[in-house]
Design a protein around this ligand. Structure first.
Ligand code: ADP
Ligand code: MG
Length: 258
């Protein structure tokens, strides 16, 4: 199967290139090697799942590729942009334009309504108010929460809060969505619901999803399963070779067929 993918991706440039990335944290005199030497390519439209036990380096990897942390060594190139070389302002701008986040703890603003929470990243991107409202309402409807626009996080269940989190991450149609243990606080049924919403929306918009989890059942949703152990990638399984072509989604586009 990996060969099929290699063939299908022939001549295509990866959207995300991670080259020999290392991350060492210092705590007093102690050095913690969170990532040892990690290299990986992710293509547009792929759903990549990072599996590993707690402390294996999954969040560190995700935070670095999302530009939240700088690698100690190595390169991270996204859509041709060397993220590791940008200054803080450059990375912030890059994130606002290209990246959406879904967190384990939802990270909604408690004082804001669902609608306001979903609108917030659009505000940072200088989308005008009417347009913000329109996009946010649409996103809330898409995650099945029509009628909940005025609710605050404390007035919603965990699954509903996470759906607001998904709407917020996806509303601005970012190219890449990062999800760190997005179902970590949810029961089995809600996990399935939430994963289906994320995956359907990502597929429909031909977005790229990187999710990290310790839950093996989540890996079923992925095209690429990357196993991380003690700061190293120890296994990469490619399940789906027919990753959509780069460029926009083209119904009936030639690369969809084989
Ligand atoms: P995972 O997400 O797989 O549970 P992490 O990436 O959070 O793992 O952590 C990998 C290792 O790096 C762990 O040993 C963790 O304790 C350490 N670590 C993570 N963040 C920091 C930090 N800010 N300072 C020091 N050590 C850290
Ligand atoms: Mg983690």
């Amino acid at each position: 199967m990996a060969e099929d993918t290699a063939k299908n991706n022939e001549g295509r440039k990866p959207l995300i290139e991670v080259r020999h990335v290392r991350k060492v944290y210092r705590m007093g005199s102690e050095r913690i090697v969170a990532l040892n030497d990690v290299s990986l390519e992710i293509y547009k439209g792929e759903i990549a799942c990072f599996l590993g036990t707690s402390g294996s380096g999954k969040s560190t990897f995700l935070n670095m590729v999302a530009g939240l942390e700088k690698p100690t060594r190595g390169e991270i190139i996204i859509g041709g942009v060397p993220l590791h070389k940008l200054d803080e302002a450059g990375v912030t701008l890059f994130r606002q334009k290209n990246i959406g986040f879904i967190f384990q703890a939802y990270n909604l603003m408690p004082m804001l309504t669902a609608l306001e929470n979903v609108s917030l990243p659009l505000l940072f991107r200088n989308v005008e108010k009417r347009k913000r409202d329109q996009i946010a309402r649409q996103a809330i409807e898409l995650v099945g929460l029509k009628g909940y626009e005025k609710r605050r996080p404390t007035q919603m269940s965990g699954g509903q809060q996470q759906r607001v989190g998904i709407a917020r991450a996806l509303a601005g149609r970012p190219k890449i969505i990062f999800a760190d243990e997005p179902t970590g606080n949810l029961d089995t049924n809600t996990t399935k619901e939430v994963m289906n919403i994320i995956v359907n929306m990502v597929r429909e918009n031909v977005q790229t999803l990187i999710l990290v989890t310790h839950d093996r059942s989540i890996a079923e949703y992925a095209d690429k399963i990357v196993t991380v152990r003690d700061g190293n990638i120890v296994d990469v399984i490619v399940k789906r070779g027919d990753v959509p072509p780069s460029g926009e989604a083209q119904p009936g586009g030639e690369a969809q067929t084989h």
